[in-house]
Design a protein around this ligand. Structure first.
Ligand SMILES: *Cc1c(COP(=O)(O)O)cnc(C)c1O
Length: 225
Protein backbone atom coordinates (compact mmCIF):
# COMPACT_ATOMS: atom_id res chain seq x y z
CA UNK A 1 0.00 0.00 0.00
CA UNK A 2 3.05 2.31 0.08
CA UNK A 3 3.46 4.67 -2.86
CA UNK A 4 6.33 3.28 -4.99
CA UNK A 5 8.24 6.58 -5.00
CA UNK A 6 8.61 6.32 -1.23
CA UNK A 7 10.44 2.99 -1.49
CA UNK A 8 14.15 3.71 -1.92
CA UNK A 9 15.47 0.16 -1.71
CA UNK A 10 13.27 -2.82 -2.56
CA UNK A 11 14.56 -5.75 -0.55
CA UNK A 12 11.70 -8.00 -1.62
CA UNK A 13 12.50 -8.62 -5.27
CA UNK A 14 15.50 -9.77 -7.25
CA UNK A 15 13.99 -8.46 -10.52
CA UNK A 16 16.13 -6.03 -12.45
CA UNK A 17 19.16 -6.45 -10.22
CA UNK A 18 21.36 -8.53 -12.53
CA UNK A 19 23.81 -7.11 -15.09
CA UNK A 20 22.49 -6.74 -18.63
CA UNK A 21 24.32 -7.73 -21.79
CA UNK A 22 25.21 -5.15 -24.47
CA UNK A 23 22.61 -6.85 -26.70
CA UNK A 24 19.91 -6.22 -24.13
CA UNK A 25 20.83 -2.55 -23.73
CA UNK A 26 20.94 -2.18 -27.53
CA UNK A 27 17.54 -3.85 -27.71
CA UNK A 28 16.06 -1.19 -25.43
CA UNK A 29 17.46 1.58 -27.67
CA UNK A 30 16.06 -0.08 -30.78
CA UNK A 31 12.63 -0.72 -29.31
CA UNK A 32 12.34 2.85 -28.00
CA UNK A 33 11.82 4.14 -31.52
CA UNK A 34 9.03 1.71 -32.26
CA UNK A 35 5.33 1.92 -31.54
CA UNK A 36 3.93 -0.10 -28.69
CA UNK A 37 2.35 -2.49 -31.15
CA UNK A 38 5.69 -3.11 -32.87
CA UNK A 39 7.30 -3.67 -29.48
CA UNK A 40 4.66 -6.20 -28.54
CA UNK A 41 5.09 -8.00 -31.86
CA UNK A 42 8.83 -8.37 -31.43
CA UNK A 43 8.32 -9.60 -27.86
CA UNK A 44 5.84 -12.14 -29.17
CA UNK A 45 8.15 -13.28 -31.97
CA UNK A 46 10.93 -13.82 -29.43
CA UNK A 47 8.61 -15.66 -27.05
CA UNK A 48 7.34 -17.96 -29.79
CA UNK A 49 10.77 -19.54 -29.92
CA UNK A 50 9.84 -21.13 -26.60
CA UNK A 51 6.10 -21.59 -26.46
CA UNK A 52 2.89 -21.36 -28.43
CA UNK A 53 0.46 -19.77 -26.00
CA UNK A 54 -2.45 -18.07 -27.74
CA UNK A 55 -2.48 -14.81 -25.76
CA UNK A 56 0.26 -12.50 -24.52
CA UNK A 57 -0.12 -9.79 -21.93
CA UNK A 58 2.66 -7.45 -20.97
CA UNK A 59 2.65 -5.41 -17.80
CA UNK A 60 5.01 -2.91 -16.25
CA UNK A 61 5.99 -3.84 -13.62
CA UNK A 62 5.76 -7.60 -14.11
CA UNK A 63 4.04 -8.15 -10.78
CA UNK A 64 0.93 -6.62 -12.41
CA UNK A 65 0.31 -9.76 -14.44
CA UNK A 66 0.00 -11.85 -11.31
CA UNK A 67 -2.05 -9.15 -9.64
CA UNK A 68 -4.53 -9.26 -12.51
CA UNK A 69 -4.50 -12.99 -13.18
CA UNK A 70 -4.53 -14.41 -9.68
CA UNK A 71 -6.84 -11.83 -8.21
CA UNK A 72 -9.26 -12.43 -11.09
CA UNK A 73 -9.39 -16.21 -10.78
CA UNK A 74 -8.76 -16.27 -7.01
CA UNK A 75 -11.00 -15.18 -4.15
CA UNK A 76 -12.18 -16.49 -0.81
CA UNK A 77 -12.44 -20.28 -0.55
CA UNK A 78 -10.01 -20.92 -3.45
CA UNK A 79 -6.66 -22.71 -3.17
CA UNK A 80 -3.61 -22.26 -5.40
CA UNK A 81 -1.24 -25.22 -5.16
CA UNK A 82 2.47 -24.97 -5.89
CA UNK A 83 5.88 -26.50 -5.20
CA UNK A 84 6.62 -23.18 -3.47
CA UNK A 85 4.89 -19.94 -4.33
CA UNK A 86 7.28 -17.04 -4.84
CA UNK A 87 6.58 -14.49 -2.11
CA UNK A 88 5.09 -11.80 -4.36
CA UNK A 89 3.00 -14.42 -6.21
CA UNK A 90 1.69 -15.62 -2.86
CA UNK A 91 0.98 -12.02 -1.84
CA UNK A 92 -1.27 -11.48 -4.89
CA UNK A 93 -3.07 -14.76 -4.24
CA UNK A 94 -3.66 -13.98 -0.58
CA UNK A 95 -4.72 -10.42 -1.35
CA UNK A 96 -7.62 -11.91 -3.34
CA UNK A 97 -8.73 -13.86 -0.26
CA UNK A 98 -7.49 -17.19 -1.64
CA UNK A 99 -5.00 -19.51 0.08
CA UNK A 100 -1.59 -20.51 -1.25
CA UNK A 101 -0.55 -24.11 -0.57
CA UNK A 102 3.07 -25.27 -0.92
CA UNK A 103 3.54 -29.00 -1.51
CA UNK A 104 7.30 -29.30 -1.87
CA UNK A 105 8.88 -32.76 -2.17
CA UNK A 106 10.44 -34.09 1.03
CA UNK A 107 14.09 -33.81 -0.06
CA UNK A 108 13.52 -30.12 -0.81
CA UNK A 109 12.87 -29.49 2.89
CA UNK A 110 16.32 -30.72 3.99
CA UNK A 111 19.14 -28.42 2.87
CA UNK A 112 21.82 -30.97 3.86
CA UNK A 113 20.50 -33.79 1.65
CA UNK A 114 21.98 -33.80 -1.86
CA UNK A 115 19.40 -34.54 -4.59
CA UNK A 116 19.21 -33.47 -8.25
CA UNK A 117 15.72 -31.91 -8.27
CA UNK A 118 14.85 -30.52 -4.87
CA UNK A 119 12.31 -28.11 -6.36
CA UNK A 120 9.90 -30.90 -7.37
CA UNK A 121 6.27 -30.79 -6.32
CA UNK A 122 5.10 -33.74 -4.20
CA UNK A 123 2.67 -35.34 -6.66
CA UNK A 124 1.22 -37.81 -4.12
CA UNK A 125 0.39 -34.90 -1.81
CA UNK A 126 -1.09 -33.01 -4.79
CA UNK A 127 -3.51 -35.83 -5.61
CA UNK A 128 -4.51 -36.14 -1.96
CA UNK A 129 -5.06 -32.39 -1.73
CA UNK A 130 -7.24 -32.35 -4.86
CA UNK A 131 -9.35 -35.25 -3.55
CA UNK A 132 -9.79 -33.54 -0.21
CA UNK A 133 -10.45 -30.00 -1.49
CA UNK A 134 -12.26 -30.61 -4.78
CA UNK A 135 -10.83 -29.52 -8.12
CA UNK A 136 -13.53 -26.84 -8.47
CA UNK A 137 -11.89 -24.98 -5.56
CA UNK A 138 -8.43 -25.01 -7.15
CA UNK A 139 -8.22 -22.33 -9.89
CA UNK A 140 -4.64 -23.29 -10.80
CA UNK A 141 -1.58 -25.33 -9.97
CA UNK A 142 1.55 -23.19 -10.30
CA UNK A 143 4.95 -24.73 -10.73
CA UNK A 144 7.78 -22.32 -9.92
CA UNK A 145 10.82 -23.17 -12.05
CA UNK A 146 13.40 -22.96 -10.65
CA UNK A 147 11.92 -22.99 -7.18
CA UNK A 148 13.28 -19.58 -6.30
CA UNK A 149 12.04 -19.26 -2.71
CA UNK A 150 13.25 -22.80 -2.04
CA UNK A 151 16.88 -21.97 -2.72
CA UNK A 152 16.52 -21.81 -6.51
CA UNK A 153 16.29 -25.59 -6.69
CA UNK A 154 15.34 -27.05 -10.10
CA UNK A 155 12.26 -29.06 -11.12
CA UNK A 156 12.69 -32.13 -13.32
CA UNK A 157 10.96 -32.62 -16.67
CA UNK A 158 9.46 -35.82 -15.26
CA UNK A 159 7.89 -33.85 -12.40
CA UNK A 160 6.52 -31.23 -14.82
CA UNK A 161 5.00 -34.05 -16.89
CA UNK A 162 3.44 -35.72 -13.83
CA UNK A 163 1.96 -32.44 -12.56
CA UNK A 164 0.53 -31.82 -16.03
CA UNK A 165 -1.08 -35.29 -16.11
CA UNK A 166 -2.71 -34.80 -12.69
CA UNK A 167 -3.98 -31.32 -13.63
CA UNK A 168 -5.36 -32.59 -16.93
CA UNK A 169 -7.16 -35.52 -15.28
CA UNK A 170 -8.78 -33.08 -12.82
CA UNK A 171 -9.45 -30.22 -15.29
CA UNK A 172 -7.25 -27.80 -13.33
CA UNK A 173 -5.28 -25.15 -15.29
CA UNK A 174 -1.53 -25.63 -14.98
CA UNK A 175 0.70 -22.54 -14.91
CA UNK A 176 4.42 -22.12 -14.83
CA UNK A 177 6.01 -19.27 -12.88
CA UNK A 178 8.80 -19.01 -15.41
CA UNK A 179 11.01 -16.26 -14.04
CA UNK A 180 14.04 -18.51 -13.98
CA UNK A 181 13.18 -21.06 -16.68
CA UNK A 182 16.54 -20.84 -18.46
CA UNK A 183 18.43 -21.97 -15.39
CA UNK A 184 15.92 -24.78 -14.82
CA UNK A 185 16.44 -25.96 -18.41
CA UNK A 186 20.19 -25.95 -17.82
CA UNK A 187 19.82 -28.15 -14.72
CA UNK A 188 17.64 -30.61 -16.67
CA UNK A 189 20.37 -30.84 -19.31
CA UNK A 190 22.99 -31.34 -16.63
CA UNK A 191 21.15 -33.76 -14.35
CA UNK A 192 18.19 -35.51 -15.96
CA UNK A 193 18.65 -38.69 -17.92
CA UNK A 194 17.96 -38.36 -21.62
CA UNK A 195 18.57 -34.60 -21.92
CA UNK A 196 22.37 -34.40 -22.13
CA UNK A 197 22.30 -33.97 -25.90
CA UNK A 198 19.27 -31.64 -26.03
CA UNK A 199 19.74 -27.91 -26.45
CA UNK A 200 18.62 -25.53 -23.69
CA UNK A 201 16.09 -24.09 -26.16
CA UNK A 202 14.57 -27.50 -26.90
CA UNK A 203 14.34 -28.27 -23.19
CA UNK A 204 12.66 -24.90 -22.52
CA UNK A 205 10.21 -25.57 -25.35
CA UNK A 206 9.29 -28.96 -23.90
CA UNK A 207 8.84 -27.48 -20.40
CA UNK A 208 6.45 -24.81 -21.67
CA UNK A 209 4.57 -27.28 -23.90
CA UNK A 210 3.06 -28.98 -20.84
CA UNK A 211 1.61 -25.82 -19.27
CA UNK A 212 -1.59 -23.96 -20.15
CA UNK A 213 0.11 -20.65 -19.48
CA UNK A 214 3.07 -18.95 -17.87
CA UNK A 215 3.91 -15.74 -16.07
CA UNK A 216 7.36 -14.24 -15.83
CA UNK A 217 9.24 -11.13 -14.91
CA UNK A 218 11.17 -10.10 -18.04
CA UNK A 219 13.67 -8.25 -15.86
CA UNK A 220 15.09 -11.47 -14.50
CA UNK A 221 17.89 -13.65 -15.78
CA UNK A 222 16.97 -13.98 -19.42
CA UNK A 223 20.37 -13.32 -20.85
CA UNK A 224 20.53 -14.46 -24.47
CA UNK A 225 20.88 -18.24 -24.39
C1 LIG B 1 11.36 -12.69 -9.44
C2 LIG B 1 10.29 -13.64 -9.46
C3 LIG B 1 8.97 -13.21 -9.60
C4 LIG B 1 8.62 -11.78 -9.84
O1 LIG B 1 8.92 -11.01 -8.78
P1 LIG B 1 8.59 -9.44 -8.75
O2 LIG B 1 8.18 -9.25 -7.37
O3 LIG B 1 7.52 -9.19 -9.75
O4 LIG B 1 9.85 -8.77 -9.12
C5 LIG B 1 7.97 -14.16 -9.57
N1 LIG B 1 8.26 -15.46 -9.44
C6 LIG B 1 9.53 -15.91 -9.33
C7 LIG B 1 9.79 -17.38 -9.22
C8 LIG B 1 10.58 -15.02 -9.33
O5 LIG B 1 11.83 -15.49 -9.25
Amino acid sequence: MIDARHVLIDLLTDSGTSAMSSNQWAGIMQETNRTRKQQLLSFRTGSKRYHRYAFYYTYAPGAGIRENTFQHIGGKGKFFVSNTLFDTTRANIEFSGATGVDLLCEEGKHPAIPAPFKGNLDTVALEQFINKTGSENIPAVILTITNNSGGGQPVSMQNIREVKAICKANCIPFYIDACRFAENAYFIKLREEGYQNSSIEDIAREMFSYADGATMSAKKMHLPI
